[in-house]
Design a protein around this ligand. Structure first.
Ligand SMILES: [Fe+2]
Length: 189
């Protein structure tokens, strides 16, 4: 479910907006300079290999990258594997990586081809929790404070767009603000 929940940055219980309406979500995010749009969804994306996914979305990728700004475009994916005894640790490790507040020197541009994840955008006195799902394209402007929760059972495929090869590396603020906000699991419960 694509969902936007806007909360006061100093009080997560102060919910200012909660909506699943794509037009409302887009309008709300646009007010903060955050681009949000949709591409078509591909049935069976989870079972589709990354090269095939990139080929499927080649026209949209070419349009998004018409300027050639993104020199590195890849596919990040994680899917539950209950047959693998290491899966819980892998999942927890992946989740922990971006769960603390950070920012990047370039825009964080992600297209969700499958599954879901939540971006928490800390903008001014608000935190905008934006749950993205298959078909959602989100662009977090460079320098925007944010964190990302893939949930306790991470399952998503995201096409990522980078200007620099290390564009995904976060500059962590050290602020533990994310601990005060509902997790992805809690938002969807
Ligand atoms: Fe990030």
């Amino acid at each position: 479910m694509t969902l936007l929940q806007v909360m006061a940055a100093d009080n997560a219980a102060d919910v200012r907006v909660r909506t699943t309406d794509p037009a409302e979500i887009g309008a709300e995010l646009a007010q903060h300079g955050i681009a949000y749009s949709h591409w078509d969804t591909l049935a069976g994306a989870t079972a589709t290999d990354s090269d095939t996914l990139l080929a499927h979305y080649a026209p949209q990728i070419a349009e998004l990258n018409a300027s050639g700004r993104y020199e590195h475009i890849d596919v990040a994916r994680i899917h539950p594997d209950d047959t693998n005894p290491d899966w819980p640790a892998t999942a927890a490790g992946a989740r922990a990586k971006f769960l603390d507040e950070h920012r990047h020197a370039e825009d964080e541009v992600r297209f969700f081809a499958a599954g879901q994840g939540c971006f928490y955008l800390h903008v001014g006195d608000a935190v905008l929790a934006t749950v993205c799902e298959a078909g959602d394209l989100l662009s977090v402007p460079a320098g925007t404070l944010h964190w990302f929760d893939m949930g306790t059972r991470p399952d998503f495929i995201a096409i990522r767009f980078f200007e620099e090869a290390d564009g995904w590396v976060g500059d962590f603020t050290g602020d533990k603000i994310s601990a005060n906000f509902p997790t992805l699991d809690e938002l969807l419960a």
